[in-house]
Design a protein around this ligand. Structure first.
Ligand SMILES: *Cc1c(COP(=O)(O)O)cnc(C)c1O
Length: 346
């Protein structure tokens, strides 16, 4: 069991903060005459404020994942959790954040907005963690370590043993972004939450669940971490429309699983077809719902595809990704169109 002094990691002003208490926080019963929140009493289906802590949906997720609702934060995308973690734990101008390069851009953007020093360690050529360099860069003011596995845009998962070693030796919080875990051959580290008090796991409804438009992200962590996030979040951060749609989706897990299977099978097919092109140097092994593809002339290929209204992500300026495009796995028809368009260019 890895213990962490979470109380000591929290920013002083946040510890002292007197949070906003909403009407719905103070009274949680049902079937009452609600004259406490200055809502319109006429039923529009949406005239009431949402549950600030989303207990019903958390209960459903809890049953699915085997994690207690007290160890769960729901937010306006995972992005909200990233920002809240930085604001709760990092004192601007004093503390710092460590991450890797290349990775998801939001960690740095949120750090920059909050004026928190952000350091990144280049991945190895094989896209794995450079453990020696990471350990060298950790200082006593390093509060958060962001890792994304499977990583965006490199599409690989990191070695579990490396992540566990970091959890064992790092005294701040290790935030593991598992946005793509549903597509991965590796298991989620959610089951390690009870062993490591410094583990924070991010997951999302934006990818495998097909719900990027409703903006719902999940954060799983020690209840002291979750409680400080709940303390500083906007009172009604997840709206009733989102809660309604996600409840429906949670009632149809089979559909999500079917999509995952289809995407995985298309990933294999697309990957096998793409390597056949002479202009394509490499299709990196993917644990996610996208492929990182190294081509001879990324701008040429990008523009060719754009002219046919096929939009991919140009990652050729990103560290270690020279010449690379990032291609999301589409439907079978979309992937066929991509292949046909590339074929025409040959
Ligand atoms: C897509 C993605 C997310 C999802 O963010 P949401 O705000 O939940 O939509 C999180 N992390 C990474 C690395 C991603 O690529």
């Amino acid at each position: 069991m890895k213990r962490t002094d979470i109380d000591k990691l929290i920013r002083e002003n946040i510890k002292k903060l007197n949070p906003y208490s909403s009407a719905r926080n103070e009274y949680t019963g049902i079937d009452a005459v609600l004259l406490d929140a200055n809502e319109n009493p006429n039923n529009t289906l949406y005239n009431r404020y949402p549950d600030p802590l989303q207990w019903k949906v958390k209960q459903r997720i809890s049953e699915m994942k085997g994690i207690s609702p007290e160890m769960m934060f729901l937010g306006n995308g995972s992005d909200e959790a990233i920002d809240l973690l930085i604001r709760a734990f990092c004192h601007p101008g004093k503390d710092n954040i460590l991450s890797i390069d290349p990775t998801y851009g939001m960690y740095k953007v949120c750090a920059d907005i909050n004026e928190v020093e952000y350091n990144q360690i280049l991945l190895r050529e094989d896209f794995q963690l450079n453990m020696e360099m990471l350990f060298q860069k950790i200082s006593k003011d390093t509060k958060l370590l962001f890792l994304c596995s499977p990583n965006n845009p490199t599409s690989n998962s990191f070695n579990t043993n490396d992540i566990l070693e970091l959890l064992n030796k790092f005294d701040g919080l290790l935030v593991l972004d598992e946005a793509y875990i549903d597509f991965s051959a590796q298991e989620s580290l959610l089951k390690k939450l009870n062993e490591y008090e410094n583990l924070v796991v991010l997951q999302t409804f934006s990818k495998a669940w097909g719900l990027a438009g409703i903006r719902l992200g999940m954060c799983f962590a020690d209840r002291r971490v979750i409680s400080v996030m709940n303390k500083i979040k906007f009172p009604y951060n997840v709206n009733n429309l989102t809660l309604k749609i996600v409840s429906e989706a949670l009632g149809n897990v089979e559909l999500k699983n079917k999509w995952i299977e289809e995407i995985l099978s298309e990933r294999e097919r697309l990957s096998a077809e793409l390597v056949k092109f002479h202009s394509i140097q490499n299709v990196y092994p993917s644990d996610a719902n996208f492929l990182l593809v190294k081509v001879d002339s990324p701008h040429l290929v990008y523009n060719l595809l754009v002219n046919k209204k096929i939009i991919v992500r140009d990652r050729s300026k990103v560290s270690l990704c020279e010449g690379c495009l990032r291609i999301t796995i589409g439907t079978k028809a979309e992937n066929d169109l991509l292949l046909k368009t590339l074929e025409e260019k040959k």
